[in-house]
Design a protein around this ligand. Structure first.
Ligand code: NAG
Ligand code: NAG
Ligand code: NAG
Ligand code: NAG
Ligand code: NAG
Ligand code: NAG
Ligand code: NAG
Ligand code: NAG
Ligand code: NAG
Ligand code: NAG
Ligand code: NAG
Ligand code: NAG
Length: 613
């Protein structure tokens, strides 16, 4: 995804390339970002009278079927020429006289005309609530909805007179005409008192034209409300919402995210935390753009230099977001490779967008073992950086803090700190345009520390194993490119009492494989290419603690071709098949859906989950 000023730059850049380096290798040797403007102009003139809906496949939220006790329309704006401007802001106060325990954010967006996909975010008091991106509109119009459980931000949502900010940089001109019309609503639920009241509507499913075949299966042994006590946003470790959220973010002039330009670009902020903090989790939000939009497919610089290629999408294919505390690394994230709607082959993401495109995952890192360092009453520096980054990454974080109601001060001390540098083995073999590049690495980190609060003297142990594998192969004189990547994370969190008895044991395993095969043939007309691509990727997550276990398998498989001029898709065909299965001890949700050439296919099914996990 490109911000507007860069798009213009890239545009002139491309024109220069094509005039002075007409014989150079096709720029499409690298995964690219496209627009469907011409494609739509040709294919969408059968203007339907209703806007077309886009989807990110996900499961319903547990309180979607309840009647909200209050509904607050918080923000509404048409984003037209907003490039380079600060985010749009409104005052936020929670609804008056409303009893609530849980909150859903509902974003709805509509647009018609032609436009690039854009990155967007929502912040409350500088703390990020949502990172999202947009679909490419058509002349006939498109719309979509995003729903997210934002209960974990309750401590902010209960405060009066905060500033809510929304950033979406857009450019509207004679060519790119699409204005993004955006509404943001918060729905407040009192799940304790209104649990049995359902409105009979299941939001994400009701948005589906094919919802008749989708079911939510309850296994029936436990009372229905037992499913309602679990954290639903799958990448998170917390149980009840934090008492305080400290944003680790910028000053807001250009959005609260930090723009990270290179591997040595570190953004630090000073924080001072309350002396009665007994638990701390930092939640990292991240997205990648410009020359790192497809970082997982970037070849090493030596390949680009030796072949005289005209691309800046280099630096190899390993990136890692690091979180530092007083310059010591205390956690890291290799992000899930979210593909925006203009990415790889934009016809794949119509109308089912890529995993995470409308609700980018955030990543939790437990900092409780480090409270001994943070609780000395002094200001400490929290930093964010991206190893090997090239321009640019948008990164910020929220520090969630849990406070002890019964004490003014808790005592804490770090015990163990071990986070070895990622030892990567890199192997590169190439002969002119053909070659193969492999990167492989594994790291085990261990942290522990005790916190003596009114709950007792508890020691928290964090163990994390991170494995990274990436292979990029160029065949057929560089016209065929195969990218394969797998990220595996295993994280164990143990809390023990001073007598050594176990208070809690949580294990989270996450895996995200990606495979992209693409063949690029040069067309007979100037700067035209035929690109045939197959893509498979998934997000698998298994969580368990002593009482509960859950698993999610979300995978997409796409295939198709497109004929392009520069970065403009002229024609093509594509199919995407997605299967989403979530199971936990109480419930099960499963959906398979596919789309071909921009239409949902009539083969949506819900699988009945078997009764044994
Ligand atoms: C390989 O590609 C390069 C650049 O496109 C071209 O100059 C060269 O002739 C090609 N070689 C073969 C054997 O096709
Ligand atoms: C329960 O839902 C009803 C219907 O929306 C609402 O009038 C009532 O205030 C809710 N009860 C509580 C305690 O929020
Ligand atoms: C956005 O534009 C639409 C039509 O183009 C208009 O009806 C609506 O009032 C505008 N909304 C805002 C918040 O300006
Ligand atoms: C809130 O409820 C109280 C007591 O029922 C009432 O006096 C007050 O006017 C209400 N405020 C609003 C904003 O509705
Ligand atoms: C936004 O809200 C307005 C007013 O309720 C409505 O007319 C419009 O259709 C909504 N737009 C979207 C994109 O949901
Ligand atoms: C969007 O739709 C409205 C109403 O149908 C129309 O007036 C407007 O010209 C369209 N905008 C673009 C950019 O096509
Ligand atoms: C929020 O602002 C309103 C209006 O300015 C004011 O009456 C109220 O006291 C403020 N609330 C807080 C908690 O500062
Ligand atoms: C769940 O329901 C049971 C009985 O149906 C009740 O005793 C319990 O308090 C409920 N739990 C919650 C968290 O509401
Ligand atoms: C609702 O929020 C409470 C905390 O406010 C949490 O304990 C509970 O698990 C949440 N319910 C659901 C269904 O997520
Ligand atoms: C990295 O980016 C920062 C921020 O834009 C800049 O100040 C610095 O000079 C850059 N460093 C290198 C080595 O390019
Ligand atoms: C808490 O427990 C740890 C290890 O179990 C011990 O080393 C430490 O002294 C204890 N702290 C206090 C304040 O008792
Ligand atoms: C899907 O197929 C079923 C039967 O095969 C048919 O009844 C239904 O109308 C179809 N739905 C759509 C949207 O084509």
């Amino acid at each position: 995804m490109l911000p507007p000023p860069l798009i213009l730059l890239l545009f002139t850049f491309l024109i220069q390339i094509s005039s002075s380096f007409a014989a150079a290798a096709p720029p499409l040797r690298h995964q690219s970002h496209f627009t469907k403007r011409s494609y739509h102009l040709k294919n969408d003139n059968k203007l339907s009278d209703s806007y077309k809906q886009y989807f990110e496949i996900t499961r319903p939220l547990p309180f979607d079927t309840l009647i909200p006790s209050c509904t607050l329309p918080v923000f509404s704006k048409n984003f037209s020429n907003t490039a380079g401007l600060p985010p749009s802001t409104v005052d936020y106060s929670p609804p008056a006289n409303c009893t609530w325990s849980n909150v859903t954010l509902h974003l709805s967006v509509a647009s018609n005309g032609s436009q690039h996909d854009r990155i967007a975010a929502v912040w409350l008091d500088g703390a990020e609530l949502l990172r999202t991106s947009t679909a490419d509109p058509t002349a006939g119009g498109v719309f979509w909805n995003v729903r997210k459980d934002i209960t974990r931000y309750s401590s902010l949502l209960r405060q009066e007179n905060l500033t809510l900010s929304v950033m979406l940089e857009n450019v509207v001109n004679g060519v790119y005409t699409g204005v993004y019309r955006l509404n943001l609503t918060f729905l407040y639920y009192d799940t304790e008192n209104n649990e049995s009241r359902t409105n009979g509507v299941n939001f994400p499913l009701s948005l589906f034209p094919l919802n008749q075949k989708s079911t939510i299966l309850k296994r029936g042994k436990k009372p229905v409300n037992s499913t309602l006590n679990r954290d639903e946003n799958s990448l998170h470790l917390y149980e009840k919402p934090a008492n305080l959220i400290v944003p680790v973010s910028g000053n807001g002039d250009k959005g609260f995210w930090f723009r990270i330009e290179n591997g040595s670009d570190v953004k630090n902020i000073g924080i001072q935390i309350p002396s009665n903090t007994y638990k701390a989790v930092i939640e990292v939000y991240v997205s990648f753009h410009g020359n790192d939009e497809f970082w997982y497919s970037n070849p090493p610089d030596s390949y680009i230099e030796m072949n005289n290629l005209n691309t800046k999408r280099g630096h190899g294919a390993y990136r890692e977001v690091l979180v530092t505390l007083d310059d010591n690394v205390v956690g890291s994230v290799i992000p899930f490779p979210v593909i925006f709607t203009g990415g790889i082959n934009p016809l794949f993401w119509d109308p089912i967008v890529s995993i995470g495109a409308f609700d980018l995952p955030s990543y939790d890192i437990d900092l409780t073992p480090f409270l001994g360092m943070l609780l000395d009453g002094k200001v400490h520096s929290i930093g964010l950086k991206v190893v090997d980054a090239i321009s640019f990454w948008l990164v910020d974080a929220n520090l969630h803090l849990w406070l002890d109601d019964n004490l003014k001060e808790v005592k804490a001390m770090a015990i163990e700190y071990s986070i070895p540098k990622f030892k990567l083995e890199r192997e590169l073999k190439f002969n002119q345009l053909d070659g193969s590049f492999e990167i492989e690495g594994k790291r085990e980190s261990e942290f522990s520390g005790w916190v003596n609060s009114s709950m007792g003297n508890l020691t928290t142990y964090v163990y994390e194993e991170l494995k990274f594998e990436n292979t990029i192969k160029f065949n057929k004189n560089g016209t065929e490119k195969v990218v394969e990547q797998t990220v595996r994370v295993k994280r164990k969190l143990r809390v023990k009492s001073s007598t050594g008895s176990s208070i809690s044991r949580t294990t989270v395993r996450r895996k995200y494989p990606l495979k992209i095969t693409s063949l690029t043939l040069t067309g007979s007309a100037k700067n035209t290419y035929l690109v045939t691509t197959n893509l498979e990727h998934s997000l698998t997550e298994k969580k368990s603690d002593e009482n509960f276990s859950s698993s999610l398998v979300n995978s997409q498989k796409s295939g198709g071709w497109m004929f392009v001029r520069d970065n403009d898709v002229l024609s093509g065909a594509a199919t995407t098949h997605q299967s989403y299965t979530y199971k936990d001890d109480d419930s099960c949700y499963s959906l398979t859906v596919s789309a071909a050439n921009g239409e949902l296919r009539n083969d949506t099914t819900s699988l009945l989950c078997s009764s044994s996990l």
